[in-house]
Ligand binder design. Structure first.
Ligand code: PLP
Length: 380
């Protein structure tokens, strides 16, 4: 049985990326690396739809929160953070640790942040210097309406700072056109690479804020990263294999076409939700704000998330994930971002439907009626 790796990250690696990862080392101050890194950053700019700067660090997505805080702000700065899931919560937690004066909009987990709520919160806290938003709440499968939210923040004048870890490279994201000042993502989601590369895009207002920031910083210093990036290098030894991999993945996105990649994710999102709903299962995200990179749903009554996840893994080779924090045992999350196509999603959906029938029958005390659908294979 082949495995169908459907976590909301890390995501499966395409052969082009696996090959790139196997490449030999090169001198990181030499011409070959400088050409490679410059080309990689140019492509990454295109994939973010920005003429601003793209920078990378050897780090996972979480470092993006810290890079944002220590470069764009100073201790005590008031910042508004919209929290509608576990990642917004963590964003707020990191800012709090750095002595930021955190003002929160708390929205029940599973709902989206609405522009009207943000407008009201900004009227209540007009002094905030930045607003932190999570584009796609991976913990609940909810996509926030980033374009509209960014517009509200721009009207107010605060910086627009975005965690797009499970969105960039899969969901429409127009950094310049939407007025986003700072956005970060991680290599292991839609970028189809292993975990280990943080990708940041920063525009002119972010650089102006960086000039004012009084935080001490070394590894996460954007100014230093830019100084070196402008010469095709990084301040420290770069994670060479990750740069090879990211370059290969960006090439794949360019070949397919960024808008076609967005469209593929949209189709996969629609198809996944339709399949889950047809199996009689309840989707967690509200209509219109469902994520096209991760679908969260509730297991049938009398069936626990743990039971379903175990059966999916054991009998169908489908590796999905539960919820997070207080939703840990209540939700199932299925990833469909990055290197993913219809056949894998069809197999995953069929497996979920089949497993739910078997588990529900067992919970009702009925003898098991169905054998697992062993014959279905993943062909992509
Ligand atoms: N932000 C979001 C929206 C995420 O989904 C994740 C990881 O799943 C992170 C931040 C943290 O990224 P990492 O686990 O790569 O540090």
């Amino acid at each position: 049985m082949s495995m169908n790796f459907r976590l909301p990250g890390p995501t499966p690696l395409p052969p082009q990326v696996l090959t790139a990862l196997g490449r030999e080392m090169i001198p990181h101050r030499g011409p070959a690396f400088r050409a490679l890194y410059s080309e990689t950053l140019d492509l990454a700019r295109k994939m973010h739809r920005t003429d601003g700067d793209v920078l990378t660090w050897a780090a996972t997505g979480s470092a993006g929160w810290e890079v944002a805080v220590v470069n764009l702000l100073s201790p005590g700065d008031p910042v508004l953070i919209a929290v509608n899931g576990n990642f917004g919560e963590r964003f707020a937690g990191v800012a709090g640790r750095f002595g930021i004066d955190v003002r929160r909009i708390d929205i029940p987990w599973g709902q989206a942040v609405q522009p009207g709520q943000l407008r009201l919160a900004l009227e209540e806290h007009p002094e905030v210097r930045a607003v932190f938003l999570v584009h796609n709440e991976t913990s609940t499968g909810v996509t926030n309406p980033l374009r509209e939210l960014a517009e509200v923040v721009r009207d107010h004048g605060a910086l627009v700072v975005v965690d797009a870890v499970s969105a960039a490279g899969a969901l429409p994201l127009e950094v310049d056109a939407w007025g986003i000042d700072f956005v970060f993502s991680g290599s292991q989601k839609a970028w189809m690479c292993p975990p280990g590369l943080l990708i940041v895009a920063a525009g002119p207002r972010a650089w102006a804020a960086q000039q004012r920031s009084t935080y001490q910083r070394f590894f996460w210093d954007m100014g230093e990263a830019k100084k070196w990036a402008d010469q095709g290098m990084t301040p420290t030894t770069p994670p060479l294999s990750m740069i090879y991999a990211f370059r290969a993945a960006l090439g794949m996105v360019a070949d397919e076409g960024l808008e076609q990649v967005w469209e593929r994710h949209r189709r996969l999102g629609v198809m996944t939700r339709a399949g889950i709903a047809a199996a009689g299962l309840r989707l967690f995200a509200p209509l219109g704000f469902e994520s096209d990179t991760v679908t969260a749903f509730l297991p049938p009554p009398d069936v626990t998330a743990k039971q379903l996840l175990e059966m999916l893994r054991r009998d169908y080779g489908v590796e999905a994930q539960g919820g997070q924090a207080h939703l840990a045992d209540l939700l199932i999350r299925v990833g469909h971002m990055g290197w993913v196509h219809e056949p894998e999603m069809r197999q995953a959906i069929d497996a979920i439907a089949d497993a739910c029938i078997r588990l529900s029958s067992a919970a009702a005390g009925e003898p098991e009626k169905l054998e697992p659908l062993q014959s279905r294979t993943v062909t992509a």
